[in-house]
Design a protein around this ligand. Structure first.
Ligand code: DOR
Ligand code: ZN
Length: 350
């Protein structure tokens, strides 16, 4: 198979930042994906409908209208989010989820939730209004090893949360472990998960063997090969609980290659070729469309896209870096050859 045409995919987990960085990155997603769930971890975070509307306008302002790209907005859950804010978010028509960052878990999560008990009323309102909770699933206790933080979250936080709110819809974002795939597979149908391209292609050796690779450092951190294999199995299984979310999280090179480097893989410019590579390695290219284009909108209760995207087998060299104002961004697979490329849009080279 040298060409595949899919229903246009969507990205169910994306960071496009703000200001000049949005200008540098948003076009890569808009050229390929029909819609993307936009993460709210700006500084300050997007915590109410007015801020989400203004952020949506800023994103739209840098995107080519002809792309037809639609940013799907989210709010950032805090200890103080009220049921009124949730009701307003559900009513506004452009907010599709509420994001839970445990305080201190990752980039710009300082304002996140310190104790889920404080969010009981907001979570109940989300269940009432059918607004999904999008979860960064890691505990933050200093005594829990960084490689165990996702697994600990499942038992200690997510299982009780699902029990306390029996109709709340939940997306466990960017799953990284075999344990998480089992948890989601065996969980209720209102529980789903996104999987990134980098977690399908890389394990922790790719970050730590032969030198430290800061551009492969993200959160939740890359895990063992057996975890990567389980994620690939889940993504290619045809189970609609698993769908595409790149978690493309751009940080300028200077912030990644630093004494204390930021977490995040910038994958927006190479995402679909990367997913195609992973699916092809599993002999499952025929399952890519369900994962990339069908299961996400089905879970969110949105219509599937009606346009299409073509991927062609045509080896190309990914640039070492892409421009971003005074700095540069290092994309996933920088300096390497990729077998697949998307036929339209501002491809990063090739
Ligand atoms: O690697 C990550 N980067 N993980 C996250 O959860 C946040 C993201 C970011 O915003 O940089
Ligand atoms: Zn993210």
């Amino acid at each position: 198979m040298d060409e595949i045409t899919l229903t246009r995919p969507d990205d169910w987990h994306l960071h496009v930042r703000d200001g000049a960085l949005t200008q540098a990155v948003a076009g890569y997603s808009a050229a390929v994906f029909g819609r993307a769930i936009i993460m709210p971890n700006l500084k300050p975070p997007v915590t109410d409908v007015a801020a989400a509307r203004a952020y949506r306008d800023r994103i739209r302002g840098v995107i080519d209208d002809a792309s037809g790209f639609e940013p799907l907005m989210t709010l950032y859950l805090t200890d103080d989010t009220t049921p009124v804010t949730i009701a307003e978010a559900a009513a506004c028509g452009f907010i599709q989820g509420i994001k839970l960052y445990p305080a201190g878990a990752t980039t710009n999560s300082d304002a996140g939730v310190t104790d889920l008990a404080r969010c009981h009323d907001a979570l109940a309102a989300m269940a009432e209004h059918g607004l999904p909770l999008l979860v960064h699933g890691e505990v933050t206790a200093p005594d829990v090893d960084v490689f165990d933080r996702e697994a600990a979250f499942l038992e200690e936080r997510l299982a009780p949360l699902l029990e306390r709110h029996p109709s709340l819809r939940v997306v466990l974002e960017h799953v990284t472990t075999a344990r998480a795939t089992e948890f989601v597979r065996h969980g209720p149908s209102r529980l789903a998960a996104t999987i990134t391209a980098h977690h399908l292609l890389l394990n922790r050796n790719d970050m730590l063997v032969g030198g430290i690779r800061p551009h492969h450092y993200c959160l939740p951190v890359l895990k063992r090969e057996r975890d990567r294999a389980a994620l690939l199995e889940a993504a290619t299984s045809g189970n609609p609980k698993f769908f595409l979310g790149t978690d493309s999280a751009p940080h300028p090179r200077g912030a990644k290659v630093a004494d204390c480097g930021c977490a995040g893989v910038f994958s927006a410019a190479t995402a679909m070729p990367a997913y195609a590579e992973a699916f092809e390695a599993a002999g499952a290219l025929d399952r890519l469309e369900g994962f990339a284009s069908h299961f996400g909108p089905d879970f969110y209760g949105l219509a599937r896209n009606t346009d299409s995207l073509t991927l062609r087998r045509h080896p190309w060299s990914v640039p070492n870096a892409l421009p971003a104002g005074d700095d540069v961004l290092v994309p996933l697979r920088a300096g390497e050859e990729m077998a697949w490329q998307t036929v339209v849009g501002p491809q990063a080279g090739g």
